[in-house]
Ligand binder design. Structure first.
Ligand code: HEM
Length: 472
């Protein structure tokens, strides 16, 4: 008799759990968001991991529409390629989507505290506070103080290019840019002379590369385990510590109305390490793609060179104020990052309450992810989307662009905090190179479309970017 009761309870329990699971795994469909049928055990995990992420997203969007849904394990996720909805979520109704998707660790139960302290992972009020403390780090005046360090590091790269040009050697400019951006962020954020540019097989760069090639969660965790001494040992470290001091005692030019907000030591460590990693891979990738465009479009290269020369003749120097006047270079950078966005899967948010849009509802607790690459190549918003046309971003035509259809740095209050830093570094490096050298194709240069690789977060040149530098 007891056995019978136990069996009945077990069967009822299994039936209940099964119904619950079926209900959970149909939440998107029931709210009008269509997508591939999920398995009750692993959702759409296998389809998600199959092939290149940009192709998978494009196929899903073609099949199910510009607002489609899938299950990352049990986690309902809405993929968005509708720029109007993107604008609502990222800007207009941001208060319902403040956080990045909470991980399976719920950003707290199991997550390492350093990992949780990174700006990318912080949630709610604390994210807002830390963001407001760190934002002045990237102000025009702070960038100006970083300008000499950046310039010195770029000059180091120029010496390397000079040697290559003398031997007429073809080289991988993407690799060279990775070394440059590692040294720049090492010196500006940590005050460390990482010396990546002058050393083969540098341990700093190897560690950074290994981290980026890992699974996302693991690299964040490992990055945050780097030593504190490395940062405190330096004299000219700048970014993070000034932010903390400035807020604590109102000095160092960090103006903040809420003087009671300060960062904990863990937050300083976590965010310095985050800046290091975020600053190295993304900026060098944008520069690498630019290298490809410049050798493939010599007339565009020439036009930028003329612009830089004119600027240099009129202003006599290249710094944050002057490089920001390089309007045509900016159009080329924008168009390059449209065709080749360096960050493809990271623009995402947590839906904090049920959100209605037209005839669908995004259920509370879903993750929302923006299809950056698809948005940048959508023929509904970009005529001849595969054509390289920097004049799309010219003052005359800029108004034709839907602002949310172009977002290499994300959008809204949670966009990339390092955008100005990255653009300044990229423009300064390119201006200096183009003033002295013409970049030409070599035997290994890819002509036409570049082979690319989709990593966990980034989109990068697959086989490097080969060029020759000819002194002018
Ligand atoms: C070309 C270079 C770069 C690209 C393409 C890029 C791209 C992005 C993107 C797409 C996001 C997500 C934005 C969103 O969700 O709306 C982001 C966030 C972020 N980026 Fe960048 N980034 C670049 C350079 C940098 C640099 C140089 C730093 C720091 C030194 C940096 C630090 C960050 C941080 C901390 C966040 C998280 C912001 C937050 O959650 O409040 N990035 N970046």
């Amino acid at each position: 008799m007891l056995w019978l009761i136990l069996c009945a309870i077990t069967v009822t329990l299994i039936a209940y759990l099964y119904r619950q699971r079926v209900r959970h795994m149909s939440i998107l469909e029931r709210n009008g968001i269509h997508g591939p049928k999920p398995s009750l055990i692993w959702g759409n995990m296998f389809e998600f991991l199959e092939g290149r992420s940009v192709d998978r997203d494009a196929n899903w969007i073609k099949q199910y529409g510009k607002i489609m849904g899938y299950y990352f394990g049990f986690r309902p996720t809405v993929l968005i390629a509708d720029p109007d909805l993107a604008k609502n979520i990222q800007i207009k109704d941001f208060q319902h989507f403040v956080d990045r998707p909470h991980g399976t660790t719920k950003n707290g139960i199991n997550a390492d505290s350093r990992e949780k302290s990174m700006l990318t992972r912080l949630i709610g009020k604390r994210w807002k506070e830390v963001r407001s403390v760190l934002t002045p780090t990237f102000s025009a005046s702070k960038l100006k103080t970083m300008s000499p360090i950046m310039e010195d590091t770029i000059n180091n790269m120029m010496n390397i290019i000079d040697k290559k040009s003398k031997t007429e050697e073809e080289f991988d400019i993407y690799d060279m840019f990775q070394n440059l951006t590692t040294d720049v962020i090492g010196r500006t954020a940590f005050g460390v002379q990482s010396n990546v540019q002058n050393e083969e097989n540098n341990k700093f760069l190897n560690a950074a590369k290994a981290l980026f090639n890992m699974k996302f969660n693991r690299w964040i965790f490992l990055m945050s385990s780097m030593s504190y001494e490395r940062m405190t040992a330096s004299n000219d470290r700048d970014i993070q510590v000034n932010a903390q001091k400035g807020v604590k005692n109102g000095t160092n030019g960090v103006k903040h109305s809420k003087s009671d907000i300060s960062l904990t030591d863990i937050e300083i460590i976590a965010n310095s390490v985050l800046f290091y990693e975020a600053g190295y891979e993304t900026t060098s990738t944008a520069l690498g793609f630019m290298g490809h465009i410049l050798v493939n479009y010599p007339e565009v290269q020439e036009k930028i060179r003329e612009e830089v020369r004119e600027l240099y003749e009129s202003d006599g120097k290249l710094d944050i104020n002057t490089v920001n006047k390089l309007d045509f270079m900016e159009c080329v950078l924008n168009e390059t990052m449209r065709l080749y966005p360096p960050v493809i899967t990271f623009v995402s948010r947590e839906c904090l309450q049920d959100y209605k849009y037209k005839d669908i509802t995004i259920p509370k607790g879903s993750a929302v992810r923006f299809a950056t690459h698809y948005l940048h190549h959508d023929p509904d918003y970009w005529p001849s989307p595969e054509k390289f046309d920097p004049f799309r971003f010219s003052p005359e035509r800029k108004h034709e662009i839907h602002p949310s259809s172009w977002q290499p740095f994300g959008s809204g209050p949670r966009n990339c905090i390092g955008m100005r830093f990255a653009l300044f570094e990229a423009k300064l490096a390119l201006a200096k190179i183009l003033m002295k050298y013409r970049l030409e194709p070599g035997p290994n240069t890819e002509i036409g479309e570049l082979s690319t690789e989709c990593k966990a977060v980034t989109y990068t040149p697959k086989n490097g970017v080969y060029v020759k530098a000819v002194k002018i």
